[in-house]
Design a protein around this ligand. Structure first.
Ligand SMILES: *Cc1c(COP(=O)(O)O)cnc(C)c1O
Length: 454
């Protein structure tokens, strides 16, 4: 008999496992069916290992222990908090913008209690959920009217469906962008039933290109912020005021998809100037749209600001109902916008706290980490991410961990509780304090003290 065959016989039977005290204890914690399934999976895995000629512990206690660990893992929700030590501030895969404390409190209250979502306390009559953010956005950005939808992609779909269906939309070839995750501007336009009219060339488009393309079917002129890529060299795009005046001469609409939608000037942090919402509105666009969870630093949402008449047409469109946001989003968004209204965005909104975080403070943190984990503190660069300011970096200090097997160390950090997401460069595992929230530092230090950097 082959040695594997003999060892397979050493596998305990399910019944024997189930009568074991440890298994009985597990059944109390979980349920009989879950424990049976976990044990069955462990037995199957052990069989595979034996057939592959490798070693595995076959004692009932060991098998039950492995099943118990599996059951614990299964209990973890698949959507759970992680520590972002990548230095990418608006990290789309890690949930983009973390919310401010005030936004969290507001969301909790909206979730736990009844609220004035569609109720006017003054009159005691039915109110509109669409009004909640409008006053605030008028105050902050100087918009006549505003509407909030599910995300910026939805904002674009609604704008084009309501205002340009079966009509022509003119856009520069240099702005027919793919945002990420397969989201492409031409596909969105097609979905909305608008006819795309591309003008100019990849690198250069002039205002005359737009003027030459006007027909009686033209509905609007669209500018899309290139967000996640940069053109340099022999390039030109018409400026927004020129686009607006051409549109208005012909009674057409000018629409600006700003993408990240900064309300604060990024140049004060040594970054390039990200176009602001206020600048778009001041240029006279009829509508500007942007994301709630990029540089605004709020929840996922698509914000549409602009002239009352155009916004009114959007509100009246059936898609507005399909794309509306829930009360949790409003709660978080209103609390986030309140930080702007009070001029405290830099101090209170995590994305802006990270962007404006003093370098000395980052260095102190990196040195604190180095004390518990070993490793060196080195110079590095953080990025904005989320399709904002491509190529722009902020100087930072990194904890660099040397390891014979950096990939294994990175994986160990990712499997820790809470998971720590780091990156590898130059053969070392790098952790950037800039994107680690203050409340996560003790967890991070505990994990770092425990991981084996060998
Ligand atoms: C990010 C982005 C979008 C999509 O926004 P979501 O809120 O992710 O749907 C659309 N347009 C531009 C220019 C963007 O940068």
């Amino acid at each position: 008999m082959k040695p594997e065959r003999a060892r397979l016989r050493g596998l305990p039977a399910m019944d024997a496992l189930l009568t074991h005290d440890a298994a009985q204890e597990l059944i109390k914690q979980h349920s009989r069916s879950l424990v049976v399934a976990a044990l069955r999976a462990e037995l199957a895995a052990a069989r595979q290992v034996i057939l592959a000629g490798q070693e595995v512990e076959l004692a009932p206690a060991a098998i039950i222990q492995r099943a118990a660990e599996d059951l614990l893992r299964q209990q973890q929700p698949s959507l759970r908090p992680v520590i972002n030590a990548t230095g990418v501030i608006i990290h789309t895969n890690l949930g983009r913008a973390p919310l401010s404390d005030a936004a969290n409190v507001a969301m909790r209250a909206a979730a736990a209690d009844y609220s004035t979502l569609e109720f006017d306390l003054q009159s005691g009559e039915r109110g509109s959920r669409l009004d909640h953010a409008a006053d605030m956005l008028r105050d902050i950005a100087g918009a006549e009217a505003a509407l909030v939808v599910n995300n910026n992609a939805a904002a674009l779909v609604l704008i084009l469906s309501a205002l340009a269906r079966d009509k022509e939309v003119i856009i520069s070839r240099g702005q027919l962008v793919e945002i990420g995750g397969g989201f492409r501007i031409p596909a969105i336009m097609q979905q909305s039933g608008a006819d795309l009219v591309e003008v100019g060339t990849t690198n250069r488009t002039r205002i005359d290109d737009f003027a030459d393309a006007l027909t009686e079917r033209t509905a609007l002129l669209l500018r899309v912020h290139s967000s996640n890529f940069k053109q340099i060299g022999f390039v030109h795009q018409p400026d927004l005021p020129a686009l607006v005046s051409l549109a208005h001469e012909r009674d057409l609409l000018a629409v600006d998809d700003l993408g990240s939608g900064a309300l604060i000037d990024t140049a004060q942090f040594g970054l390039e100037q990200e176009p602001t919402v206020q600048a778009s509105l001041a240029a006279g666009v009829d509508l500007v749209c942007f994301s709630g969870d990029k540089l605004l630093g709020g929840p996922q949402a698509g914000l549409i600001l602009g002239r009352a008449e155009a916004v009114g047409q959007l509100k009246a469109h059936p898609l507005a109902r399909a794309l509306r946001v829930d009360k949790l989003t409003y709660a978080a968004l209103l609390a986030t916008l309140e930080h702007y209204r009070r001029d405290e965005a830099l101090a209170r909104i995590p994305v802006w706290q990270m962007i404006s975080r003093p370098l000395d403070d980052i260095a102190d943190t990196a040195h604190r980490w180095a004390k518990v984990s070993g490793g060196n503190v080195i110079k590095g660069a953080s990025t904005i991410g989320g399709g904002s300011l491509p190529g722009a970096t902020l100087p930072t200090w990194l904890l660099a961990l040397d390891s014979a097997n950096p990939q294994a160390l990175k994986t160990a950090l990712r499997r820790a509780d809470p998971p720590i997401i780091a990156r590898i460069a130059g053969g070392r595992v790098l952790l950037d304090p800039r994107t680690v929230l203050a409340g996560q530092e003790s967890d991070l230090a505990r994990v770092l003290a425990g991981v084996d950097c060998a």
